[in-house]
Write a protein that binds this ligand. Structure first.
Ligand SMILES: Nc1ncnc2c1ncn2[C@@H]1O[C@H](COP(=O)(O)OP(=O)(O)O)[C@@H](O)[C@H]1O
Ligand SMILES: [Mg+2]
Length: 253
């Protein structure tokens, strides 16, 4: 479903990705972990064509992404959804307007059809009937579910989650993990989850890859990652300051 072949990406003189290759199967949830500044968000942006590689090919759903290829770009815009800040809603809009936002703004679909899809998506996240509420009426967990409903309304094939649990208490974080798992089992979406929360990585990932020094240094199932003897991976999953990982790599997020 997603394939990187020989991907290089630099910003100015600073190489971020150096010859990265991987593929993600349809329906898989792939977790990408790594220290801040290692190119995890850049990787997601390459998948949804917000950035372009300097070299190499990104293929998504069988489309090779090339600048100016309108068909491939239309496919990505339609099929890939990036969840940035899970559940950041527009405070002054109702839940109906929040969930249906993109469709009301640009789809040209009749209003009652969009209303029906909003209702369907709210039902999918177990929040049927809350269309007329305002975000301020909802708990934090409910807002996250609404955020997911808003992503699902476009019927995406691929969901990209950028640090979905960062800054959350462990209970709310686990609620997000459950939502990611539920979304996968109910809709069969292919997902890429970028995180440095190892509890979340182990729980939601079919496979986990670690990005370090511009390369994917390992990929394995949660059990394989737990059992790895690779020093850099061990240092990361155990969260130790001392070890073979480049200390200077601890840059901004
Ligand atoms: N659009 C950009 N322009 C210049 N530098 C960027 C841009 N996007 C990311 N970078 C740099 O690339 C590196 C990797 O960024 P990023 O993928 O956001 O890291 P992370 O692994 O923390 O998500 C960082 O050093 C960041 O400053
Ligand atoms: Mg990032």
């Amino acid at each position: 479903m997603i394939r990187f072949e020989g991907i290089w990406k630099s910003f100015g003189a600073k190489p971020i990705l150096r010859d990265v290759g991987f593929h993600i199967e349809r329906g898989e949830t792939r977790v990408i972990v790594g220290q801040s500044g290692q190119g995890k968000s850049v990787t997601l942006k390459l998948i949804c064509a917000l950035l372009w590689p300097d070299r190499g090919a990104v293929t998504v759903g069988g489309h090779v992404l090339r600048r100016g290829d309108r068909e491939a770009l239309a496919y990505v815009r339609r099929s890939v959804d990036m969840l940035f800040q899970f559940g950041a809603l527009f405070d002054s809009l109702t839940i109906r307007e929040n969930v249906g936002f993109v469709l009301y703004e640009r789809s040209g679909l009749p209003r009652d059809e969009i209303d029906a899809r909003v209702a369907e998506c709210l039902e999918m996240v177990n929040l049927a009937g809350i269309e007329d509420h305002m975000p301020a009426d909802l708990s934090g967990g409910m807002k996250k579910r609404v955020g997911l409903a808003r992503a699902l309304i476009g019927r995406p094939e691929i969901l990209l989650y950028d640090e979905p649990t960062s800054g959350l208490d462990p209970v709310t974080a686990d609620l997000i993990n459950d939502l990611i798992l539920e979304t996968r089992s109910r809709f069969g979406v292919t997902s890429v989850v970028v995180t440095h929360d190892m509890a979340s990585a182990y729980k939601v990932g079919d496979r986990i890859s670690m990005l370090a020094d511009g390369q994917l240094i390992t990929t394995g199932t949660p059990d394989e990652i737990r059992a790895t003897s690779d020093g850099r991976v061990r240092q990361f999953i155990e969260g130790r300051a001392q070890g073979p990982l480049t200390a200077g790599a601890v840059a901004e997020g």
